[in-house]
Design a binder for this molecule. Structure first.
Ligand code: ADP
Length: 301
């Protein structure tokens, strides 16, 4: 097969591993910088171009779209979909996962466990958004944050009030969320491919840190997840329409709660923690599923 990887940094561990796995399984693989792709939008012959040539004849694309380039990256993926090229994760599903509010709404509609969450821009009633999250201590999150930046634990009502007032003044969207204390500074990343959890790890924040992000010095170890956690992760990926997803969950007193579903989950942490060859599993999934005109979205919707 001919596989195209859309990624800004070809040297990143995840991208190198995908190239390696594709080659090992006998495929032709190419990586192009998503932002360097450009498009010809004509009625009958949509083209994606790269440095003067048409990107043509691919059986599948693997979009690895970073959060900061979601808007343009989704347009490039859509343009391939318009040509009937199979995308491991479709543009619409990527868009759902990137919109934190929309994904929580979709997950809530399916009855999937979530931390109790309030959402606001510049609330007239600060007390009420604090109350929604169960009062202090509570977590306040900037909508656009990544790697745990913009995630704040407000220990007291007064701390929460001043954070919310600052965010309101800054003209940003934010969430107030029930603090899952019993998670003990750890979360679970379940890696889902084609409706199955293929690997899972526990990330533990460093001492005194409630955020478990590996970028913040957290450490990862393999974990056996419960059947309930497994089905929560699978349902969350399915609800957003993602074939490949990293589902982040917390272990709460009221069962597993989903914090986020990632549509370009990194491979480094999970492969190192579990010793599994996740890259080859993704390529195998493509082998079984990539067919022309199989994309459901056809670049619309
Ligand atoms: P980001 O997307 O920036 O990584 P997250 O929402 O995943 O932000 O939060 C970062 C980390 O903070 C999580 O991995 C988790 O360990 C911790 N955390 C986030 N929300 C809560 C919560 N409601 N209760 C307890 N811990 C939380």
């Amino acid at each position: 097969m001919r596989i195209l990887i859309l990624a800004r940094k070809p040297r990143l561990y995840s991208h190198r591993r995908l190239v390696e796995a594709a080659k090992k399984r006998g495929h032709e693989v190419r990586v192009v910088n998503t932002l360097r792709c450009y498009m010809n939008i004509s009625s009958h012959r949509p083209e994606v171009r790269y440095q003067g040539e048409r990107l043509d004849g691919f059986d599948a694309i693997i979009p690895r779209i970073g959060a900061s380039v979601t808007f343009y990256g989704m347009a490039v993926v859509r343009h391939f979909e318009m040509q009937g090229v199979y995308s491991v994760n479709e543009s619409v599903a990527i868009g759902r996962s990137r919109d934190k509010l929309r994904s929580l709404q979709l997950l809530a509609r399916k009855g999937i466990g979530l931390p109790v969450t309030g959402f606001a821009h510049s609330p007239g009633d600060t007390d009420d958004v604090i109350r929604i999250a169960g009062g202090a201590p509570l977590v306040i999150k900037l909508l656009e944050g990544t790697h745990g930046r913009g995630v704040i634990l407000a220990d007291t009502y007064n701390a929460a009030k001043s954070v919310i007032e600052s965010f309101s003044a800054l003209d940003v969207y934010f969430m107030t969320q029930e603090f899952i204390k019993e998670a003990g500074g750890a979360d679970i990343r379940a890696f889902v491919i084609g409706g199955k959890v293929v690997a899972s790890m526990k990330r533990q924040g460093k001492k005194g840190e409630f955020r478990s992000n590996l970028h913040r010095g957290g450490s990862a170890s393999p974990i056996r997840i419960t059947p309930e956690e497994r089905s929560t992760a699978v349902r969350a990926a399915k609800t957003l329409g993602l074939n490949v997803a990293g589902v982040d969950m917390l272990r709460s007193n009221h069962g597993p709660v989903v914090m986020e579903v990632n549509s370009s989950p990194g491979l480094e942490g999970i492969e190192r923690a579990t010793g599994k060859d996740i890259a080859s599993m993704i390529i195998e999934f493509i082998e079984k599923n990539a067919r022309p005109n199989r994309t459901r979205t056809k670049g619309t919707g």
